[in-house]
Design a protein around this ligand. Structure first.
Ligand SMILES: CC(=O)N[C@H]1[C@@H](OP(=O)(O)OP(=O)(O)OC[C@H]2O[C@@H](n3ccc(=O)[nH]c3=O)[C@H](O)[C@@H]2O)O[C@H](CO)[C@@H](O)[C@@H]1O
Ligand SMILES: C=C(OP(=O)(O)O)C(=O)O
Length: 451
């Protein structure tokens, strides 16, 4: 989200921002026990919020987490003229009368998903003006696939002064091959195609569960989409969509993070609700590390400690991030905290984003032994971490540091808690409820962090 200057010590990583503001204090080495409730998927809920722009009607979305990103997306929709009300986990959106097609830079620059409004705005109003998006600083994150797809649907798209201007008297269905199965581009183009004339085929589409959730939401609004959950989506445009009520799927990334919290503290924990199928790649890697992960009923997972003769926490195993159903990039940082404590050596390769390893120097500050070569982290397992002040530089890097703090001897302070609050609802409370020693605080210190 914020700008990064070049790192003095780790080529290609970028140095870390100064930290001031909310912090998390964690005293590690306390075993956890009980159940951690999992909220609705952030990345689904954000896409559904964009999707609500497609219909001149009211939509009710259930199971929407209370997160900074959701709040910001709500503010963006409000400026467009949508009536927004978020009570508990129920989000009411009424896009009956939109008053502008122009999204505000100050908000869009803070989260990637804000750009996903471009497709529905264009489809509904024939025009969209959306600044280039922000989001976690994990790579260059261009929007060329979104833009090329909208052009293929008949839109004129220009980027001027950092704002994407898209116009189309009407969108016309076509065949689009995505060079990469981008989650956001698939969502943008699928939404745009729901109101286009004729049939659109999106090939090499992203298959992430959040994309399927958005497709199901659009279907509930009257959209005609086939191939949901596969890499070929066929969308037959309809003249108009209607309002609906819909429930967001559970957050597989939050669930994965808390499974790792159990693993890293040698605890016996359950997490749920989850859709276990959405976590297959993560479960497989945890099992390969020697941990016991079992399904308890249809929507709950239990994690139990590994029982290695050596006494180590877990075994080293190589991991490579990939588009779904591969290992999720959003769990790369969290699982690295665990891998750093494994018996032996392993590699974690980040193939989705080119610059998503900012957590390495901070994990090393806590005693990990990790080196970065291009996009591959070379990890030599250490038997323990020692507590330290560290800085979260993005959402999942922050989650990794929380996990490391839970495992470390002593008290750690995690700066940059606002990043973590983007994607984890009440992380302190959820961890405290299962026995962790975690509390929020405020730091006025400005800590320039170098690797
Ligand atoms: C809000 C949201 O849903 N965020 C998720 C979404 O991000 P997001 O939708 O931004 O991720 P993408 O799948 O689009 O990005 C994957 C790769 O494609 C590249 N790319 C993407 C679009 C484009 O037009 N051109 C291009 O080159 C990106 O730079 C990146 O290297 O999917 C990512 C991959 O699972 C997750 O990590 C993010 O948590
Ligand atoms: C990278 C993430 O979010 P965003 O795409 O909004 O930056 C994430 O959820 O891990």
């Amino acid at each position: 989200m914020e700008g990064f200057a070049p790192s003095p010590t780790l080529a290609g990583i970028g140095s870390l921002p100064e930290a001031a503001g909310p912090v998390l204090h964690i005293t590690g080495k306390h075993p956890l026990q009980g159940h951690i409730p999992i909220g609705g998927a952030k990345n689904s809920a954000l896409a559904l919020m964009a999707g609500s722009l497609l219909a001149p009607a009211a939509c009710r979305i259930q199971n929407v987490p209370r997160l900074l990103d959701i709040e910001r997306m709500g503010q963006i929709l409000t400026t467009l003229g949508v009536k927004v009300s978020h009570v508990g986990h129920t989000l009411d959106l009424d896009a009956s009368s939109l008053k502008t097609c122009q999204a505000p830079y100050e908000l869009v620059s803070q989260l990637r998903a804000s750009f996903f409004i471009t497709g529905p705005l264009l489809a509904r109003l024939g025009v969209a003006r959306v600044p280039l998006p922000g989001g976690c600083a994990i790579g260059s994150r261009p929007v060329d696939l979104h833009v090329r797809g909208l052009q293929a649907l008949g839109a004129t798209v220009q980027i001027e002064h950092g704002v994407v201007h898209a116009y189309a008297r009407r969108l016309v269905g076509t065949r689009i091959y995505l060079d990469y199965p981008s989650v956001g581009a698939t969502e943008t183009l699928m939404m745009a195609a729901t109101l286009a004339d004729g049939e659109t085929v999106i090939e090499n589409a992203a298959q992430e569960p959040e994309v399927a959730d958005l497709a199901h939401f659009c279907q509930a609004m009257g959209a005609r989409i086939r191939g949901v959950g596969t890499n070929t989506l066929v969308v037959v445009g309809v003249p108009r969509l209607h309002g609906t009520e819909y429930t967001v799927i559970p957050d597989r990334i939050e669930a994965s993070t808390y499974l790792i919290a159990g693993a890293i503290t040698r605890s016996n924990l359950t997490v749920g609700p989850v859709i276990p199928d959405h976590l297959r790649a993560v479960i497989a890697k945890l099992q390969a590390m020697g941990l016991r992960v079992e399904e308890e009923g249809p929507n709950r997972l239990r994690i139990a400690p590994a029982q290695l003769e050596s006494g180590w926490l877990c075994q080293a195993t190589d991991i490579q991030t990939l588009p779904y159903p591969g290992f999720p990039t959003d769990v790369q940082a969290p699982i690295m905290a665990l891998a750093a404590l494994s018996e032996g050596s392993c590699t974690i390769e980040e193939t989705v984003f080119e610059n998503r390893m900012h957590h390495i120097p901070e994990l090393n500050r806590m005693g990990a032994d990790i080196r970065l070569k291009n996009r591959v982290a070379l990890i030599r397992g250490v038997p323990s971490f020692s507590a330290a002040p560290v800085v979260a530089t993005d959402l999942r890097a922050g989650a990794a540091l929380v996990l490391a703090g839970l495992a470390a001897e002593g008290s750690s302070t995690i700066h940059g808690l606002h990043y973590i609050d983007r994607g984890y609802e009440a992380i302190d409370e959820k961890l405290r409820n299962v026995g962790a020693k975690v509390h929020r605080g405020e730091s006025t210190a400005r800590i320039p962090v170098t690797a």
